[in-house]
Design a protein. Structure first.
Length: 128
């Protein structure tokens, strides 16, 4: 639905809601990466993979909510999602186990995250 534009332009990129995604360095407060796009999984995927290419270590991502897909996944588990984030492919206590299970399910480049152990919305993402 176009909230801020003509209804005849609904679904056309550039009309209505367009989001600016930013990734900030917690220490320097500098922008490490940014993307313009929808609020959907494809833009999230693009910025996360851009970050993975720029950063050497596991990254903390704070978000405005955890996907409904993670309901029932144990806290602290590593989760492998399909590239378009429409399903959980696997989860495991160890990162490499989740990645291997996703590969066994046919996804060679899954989105991998760790479910927070607390009640917050912080996810740890791997550039693996």
């Amino acid at each position: 639905m176009v909230l801020n534009g003509p209804t005849d332009k609904q679904g056309q990129f550039g009309f209505g809601d367009v989001w600016t995604w930013t990734a900030l360095c917690a220490d320097t407060k500098r922008i490490v990466s940014w993307k313009i796009g929808t609020r959907g999984a494809s833009t999230a995927y693009a910025i996360i993979h851009d970050l993975a290419a720029r950063l050497a270590n596991c990254t903390q991502l704070t978000t405005d909510g955890v996907s409904k897909l993670l309901v029932g996944v144990p806290k602290g588990a590593w989760v492998a999602l399909s590239r378009n984030e429409d399903k959980v492919l696997a989860y495991a206590a160890e990162l490499q186990d989740a990645i291997q299970k996703a590969k066994d399910a046919g996804e060679n480049d899954p989105i991998v995250m760790r479910v927070p152990e607390g009640d917050g919305t912080t996810l740890l993402l791997s550039g693996a």
